[in-house]
Design a protein around this ligand. Structure first.
Ligand SMILES: Nc1nc2c(c(=O)[nH]1)N[C@H]1C(S)=C(S)[C@@H](COP(=O)(O)OP(=O)(O)OC[C@H]3O[C@@H](n4cnc5c(N)ncnc54)[C@H](O)[C@@H]3O)O[C@H]1N2
Ligand code: MOO
Length: 402
């Protein structure tokens, strides 16, 4: 029986997933959240015609012929403007950010002005009428949409929202992902493993990926390889939007996850796909909950999370554009003919002078190798039965450092 192709599996995994409801968040906590509603400016910026230089505010008409000696009538500083109107033959000392006083239409930088012994007069040496003023509303106007719904809030967007005086934003609720490891050989990080035990590392990788993708991650712990232990831990993940299990997905006598998930109410959608690594992937639903049963091999689990879990989270956050971020790269070493499964080959890249990505497949593609995987920067995506590829050929890669 031929295995389910990756693209079809992906379509089934994201089917019916849409943006989660909106919730408020204070601006200081908004980093990496996704706007559920557009942000409109609550004020106009700059709120007044502002000086862009330290210098003198004058009337353009008065500096048509230079040098021009003008009467110094006052001062406009940032935060305290000059209340009166600048008249003919007058200049006002002004600082960057200060409101340009009425009557003036030009700021002359102080480098172009001479101040003599008489502190009531200044001589303008060089000037360009109309220069060095930031007009009111040059950045944005009150009521203008400054950030669209669906925008990911980064540092620049936080600054803009603050400038627009929006102190609370409406963002998508974070998708809740609970992560359950399974296997009698596993102990949590920080414990002393017995000779036949290893550290449960995969949940931390999945946790990091979920946080990076804008979700909320909860590591549930480690279930033993018994139906009872699995069932009670699966119950602990009932409130998650997505329950992720790690391990026990294959065909071994202790690989119980698929059966127990179904006994606990999961409707199985698929189990096993044409993917390498990641063949034993399980996917099903339990009410509104999505369940992803990842293979235990660390690289298999993480590659499946990149290919399936990230797009699920993107959909729930209203970020469909993040689903396929494949890029072109040039092979720096040849590749063999591919088998029947879509192969995600771990690769490392260099960039040539033309800015092209040159990718080398890592020596070993064993799906248990975490140290090599941590050094990889992309996955070379090889379709099923792809013919052998020569050095210099163009391939498609999925960047890992998203
Ligand atoms: N006879 C067959 N054997 C296997 C097949 C197969 O088709 N026929 N498929 C292989 C493939 S491909 C994969 S991938 C693995 C997946 O197996 P499971 O999902 O059942 O995973 P486990 O057996 O539980 O573990 C595999 C491996 O990963 C380690 N592991 C598990 N959980 C963690 C964790 N939380 N942190 C770190 N490492 C973990 C576990 O100790 C094993 O070494 O099956 C192949 N076998
Ligand atoms: O599919 Mo397994 O994930 O090849 O190692």
């Amino acid at each position: 029986m031929s295995l389910l192709p990756v693209d079809e599996a992906l379509a089934r995994v994201v089917k019916g997933l849409g943006p989660l409801p909106a919730e408020p968040v204070s601006l200081g906590n908004a980093r990496n959240r996704v706007l559920a509603e557009a942000v409109s400016a609550n004020l106009t910026q700059p709120p007044f015609d502002a000086s862009a230089m330290d210098g003198y505010a004058v009337r353009g008409d008065d500096v048509k012929s230079l040098p021009a000696t003008l009467k110094l009538v006052g001062e406009a500083a940032a935060g305290s403007g000059y209340a009166a109107k600048v008249g003919a033959g007058e200049a006002v000392r002004i600082f960057t950010g200060a409101p340009v006083p009425r009557g003036a239409d030009t700021v002359v930088p102080q480098e172009n002005v001479e101040t003599g012994e008489d502190s009531r007069r200044v001589t303008i040496r060089e000037a360009e009428a109309g220069r060095h003023i930031r007009p009111q509303g040059q950045d944005f106007h009150r009521g203008e949409v400054v950030l669209d719904s669906g925008t990911v809030i980064g540092p620049r967007q936080m600054m803009l929202a603050a400038a627009a005086n929006a102190t609370e934003l409406r963002v998508r609720r974070k998708p809740k992902v609970s992560i359950l490891a399974t296997g009698d050989e596993l102990v949590p990080p920080g414990f002393d493993p017995a000779p036949d035990q290893i550290i449960s590392s995969v949940p931390y990788g999945i946790c990091g990926l979920v946080l990076d993708a804008g979700g909320d991650a909860k590591v549930l712990g480690i279930a033993e390889d018994t139906p009872d232990s699995l069932a009670s831990m699966i119950a602990a993940g009932a409130d998650a939007d997505i329950l992720v299990t790690v391990g026990g997905a294959s065909v071994g006598d202790r690989d119980l996850v698929g059966q127990v998930l179904q006994a606990e109410g999961m409707t199985l959608d698929f189990w096993k796909i044409a993917m390498r690594p990641g063949k034993p992937l399980i996917f099903g639903t339990r009410g509104a909950q999505r369940i992803l049963g990842l293979p235990g091999n660390p690289v298999s689990a993480m590659v499946c999370a990149h290919v399936f879990l990230r797009p699920m989270l993107a959909r729930m956050l209203g970020l469909s554009s993040r689903e396929d971020v494949r890029q072109k790269a040039i092979l720096a070493a040849p590749l063999e003919t591919n088998g029947p499964r879509q192969h995600y080959i771990r690769g490392t890249s260099k960039w040539n002078d033309a800015g092209e990505r040159l990718v080398s497949p890592q020596m070993s593609q064993d799906s248990a190798l975490m140290a090599a995987f941590a050094k990889a920067d992309c996955l070379i995506v090889r379709p099923p039965e792809a013919p052998a590829a020569e050095r210099g050929e163009t391939v498609s890669v999925l960047p890992l450092n998203l």
